[in-house]
Design a binder for this molecule. Structure first.
Ligand SMILES: NC(=O)c1ccc[n+]([C@@H]2O[C@H](COP(=O)([O-])OP(=O)(O)OC[C@H]3O[C@@H](n4cnc5c(N)ncnc54)[C@H](OP(=O)(O)O)[C@@H]3O)[C@@H](O)[C@H]2O)c1
Length: 269
């Protein structure tokens, strides 16, 4: 079965579409004619994007203000989608947040929040929306990981571990779903200029990243959606990031970890 075709009764649900990559992923799907359900906490931003994309592409765009760290808000999503008389045939788990600095210097609430949004919400929404896709024999799910998910990363250990989870979970899901008609792709970007860096207090780090590893958000989104259409298991935009991901996966930890630790201390001096 091929990637779901747009229809008046179906929609792509994109989490974290109030800024950054989520906005660009929503744009890519709207260009292809998919209706949208935009989900994040900042509802006014979602409403503005919905208005823009429906005017530009003649699609239907609904918005839902929800805190994905809250299990009851996640559970309510299914009813809200049903009330809108739409079926989710494309799910994009993009919402996420990061951290910067040694684990022991971060607040416990921050660690818990990162795990809730980056991991719990991904599993939760897949568990709610993927089984009906399998029943219908068509659908697609894209989970946004990171190149930091290919290895442990000192100074952002919780964030990197959540992205390792997303990568492992999605690769396993992709394999399980073979033959069901449902696509599953892990989109694992390297550095992209978005608000996540400011939010994590790491904006100075982005300025230190060499320009050849930084990829524009619209290109990351386009490569991700194109990869999902082709049912690629993993998409890493940018050749330098693909080399980094390969090294992260296959360099022995005894070499990789001290080097990564020294580098992270150097750039944070
Ligand atoms: N930018 C990079 O360098 C980079 C690299 C690799 C991977 N990624 C991943 O890409 C994804 C998108 O991040 P971005 O770079 O586009 O950052 P961003 O501009 O900060 O966007 C993050 C999005 O997540 C949403 N979000 C955060 N907490 C939420 C919550 N509790 N409930 C609902 N929505 C929440 C935010 O919406 P509200 O604040 O309105 O709720 C926002 O729309 C993340 O999963 C991130 O880990 C980013």
């Amino acid at each position: 079965m091929s990637f779901p075709s747009p229809s008046p009764t179906t929609a792509a649900l994109v989490t974290g579409s109030s800024s950054g990559l989520g906005v660009e992923i929503a744009r890519c799907l709207a260009r292809r004619g998919h209706n949208l359900i935009l989900v994040a906490r900042r509802l006014e931003r979602l409403d503005r994007l919905a208005e823009e994309l429906s005017a530009e592409h003649g699609i239907r765009a609904e918005t839902i203000g929800a805190d994905l760290a809250d299990p009851s808000a996640r559970a309510a999503l299914v009813d809200l989608v049903t009330d809108a008389e739409l079926t989710v045939d494309v799910l994009v788990n993009n919402a996420g947040l990061g951290s910067d600095g040694p684990f022991h210097e971060q607040d416990v609430d921050r660690h818990n929040l990162i795990v809730s949004v980056n991991v719990d919400a991904v599993v939760d929404l897949c568990a709610r929306f993927v089984p009906p896709m399998v029943e219908r024999g068509t659908g697609a799910v894209m989970n946004v990981g990171s190149v930091l998910g290919f290895q442990p990363v000192p100074s952002t250990v919780t964030y990197a571990a959540t992205k390792a989870f997303v990568l492992s979970f999605t690769e396993g899901l992709h394999t399980e779903l073979t033959g069901t008609g449902v696509h599953a792709t892990a989109l694992c970007p390297g550095p992209v200029k978005t608000e996540i860096w400011d939010e994590a207090g790491a904006d100075a780090l982005l300025d230190l990243a060499p320009s050849f590893v930084v990829v524009d958000a619209d290109r990351v989104a386009e490569e991700g959606v194109a990869g999902l259409e082709r049912n690629r298991r993993v998409v890493v935009p940018g050749i330098a990031n693909r080399i980094g991901a390969f090294n992260g996966q296959y360099t022995p930890r005894s070499i990789l970890l001290p080097v990564a630790d020294a580098l992270s201390k150097l750039v944070r001096r």
